[in-house]
Write a protein that binds this ligand. Sequence first.
Ligand code: ADP
Ligand code: MG
Ligand code: ZN
Length: 621
Amino acid sequence: MQEKSPKDNKKEIPPYENLLRLGLIAFWLSLIFTGLFGFAQVEKIPYSRFLTELNNNKLSEIYVSPEEIKGTLKAADNKVKTFRTVRIDDPQLAAKLAQHAEVFQGVPEDLVWKSLASWCIPIIILFGISSLIAQKIANSDSGIPGLGMRNIVKSGAKTYMESDVKTTFKDVAGVDEAKEDLQEVIGFLKEPERYNRLGGHLPKGILLVGPPGTGKTLLAKAVAGEAAVPFFSISGSEFVEMFVGVGAARVRDLFTQAQSSAPCIIFIDELDALGRSRGLSPMGGHDEKEQTLNQLLVEMDGFDPRQGVILLAATNRPEILDQALLRAGRFDRHIVVDRPDKLGREQILTVHLRKVTCNQTDVVEPMAAATTGFTGADLANLVNEAVLGATKRGATTVELSDFNTALERIIAGPEKKHRLLAAKDREIVAHHEIGHALVSLALPGSDPIQKVSIIPRGVGALGYTMQRPTEDRFLMSRSELENKLAVLLGGRAAEMLTFEDISTGAADDLAKATEIARSMVTRYGMNKSLGPVTYEGETQAFLNGYKPSDMEGRKFSEETAREIDCAIRELVNAALQKAIAILTERRANLEAAAKLLLNKESLTQQELMAVAGPAIEQNVS
Ligand code: ADP
Ligand code: MG
Ligand code: ZN
């Protein structure tokens, strides 16, 4: 969040006042320094030299204070200098002085100066600074809420306003429907009279709903930018404070500040952090959160959208929001910001490639095709990775190959070329990956294979088979899911066939396969004996895959639980058998391809096709 101060409103401090202040500071500083170090001409000498000079009878007019000894010193060239030395606890000092010096006297400790130094000066400095700050506050308080120190003190936190938002709808791509819905809000903020004429008004609260990284925050900001109104924003998690009552006070403050600079937008990001259903928390009620939420509800009821304040909020977990927040008159308008489709991805890539030197026509289409399921944030990241890669290469433009490398890096993790695998492990990994690839090539409807590799990547992957869908799919049929299971188990099947032993390498595949099988049984009603019934609580899987926790309890009997387990096992087992059957039939291809892979470390689609044996037409893209 940024704070901006309007320059035109700021009173200038007269220049002479500044000079005066500077002079004062300089005066005090010089006082301090002279106090601390004495006068500049005084020579500081070590105690040992003091004793030698004393013995040589070179010293006169000696003043002995509890801390130091001062006096005059006749130097070699007969010049007389003042000297001082730090006094050391020396019982014979008086005797030596009596022996060698003509005049010497004690000086009492300079209590006045000391107390002045240790007490007055810090106080004076503090006073000076605080008066300076006070001046600043007086000058910067321009009457605009959210600015100046006084307001910060009042809210116990920072201010939330950004007055000159540069983000516009041009920066947000691929979410045309959401933009269309928000157009109305912009129209209202620009000319509220037109909307108020017939007595209608906009909904008070608009909730942007969508998976993380799809551009909700960006979109909210762009609305403010388009309408050229101030943007008050705060994240839900910022409301949640250690001290009970602070969050509620902030809500109150935010609304007060916003209302006095209408028309404007209040944006509450990550609303779920604050608006979680009350009483759902496992720790028992969380007083602070509840108070904050209640305050928000009160404020929402209290303000009239006709004043020109629009409340926007964003969440990726609408299902856990408190019902009171969602009822009519509050956040009753929902705008879904979903993952972009291929066209949307093209547009988003174009936006992020604006400042990148590359041939857009070469890059945008193939990359949009290869990034099914990516969000705007993922795509922004992809572009950035590609640019970094090209920079590292020392290239002048970013090529398609940079994007492909970046994509691979994002999906599978960075290559770990230095992680050496034992020969035996390499062989297992090669057969495992080829197993996936061959099963996939043999089954209709599988995503085409871009690459098979046994270069270790990321944290755990020893090898991988890169398969990307070519089009956006919203539905999957039962047979497609079963094929997917078979492909996932292809790795394990290949190991079983070639080594008659199995390895831990399939752990990830098994977990994924089990998850798919579970969904088939409990969510999609794809098991005959369990019937077309869902055995899971209501979920909105399209949003970050949130699942109701076990706390909510199972809604089926022990027996059904057992049946579900059996059905899952059956599905996965059947998939394994299918994979084994396919690979047995293509045993020679498996060996040949694995050998080639061991040699080359990674195979492209073409190289793989050459050794993979008969494939089904549609799997070759
Ligand atoms: P969210 O709030 O939905 O989690 P953000 O708005 O914070 O996502 O998006 C993060 C970043 O991803 C943005 O700053 C932007 O660079 C990029 N981004 C996300 N969605 C889009 C989009 N639709 N168009 C352009 N850039 C996007
Ligand atoms: Mg966000
Ligand atoms: Zn595998």
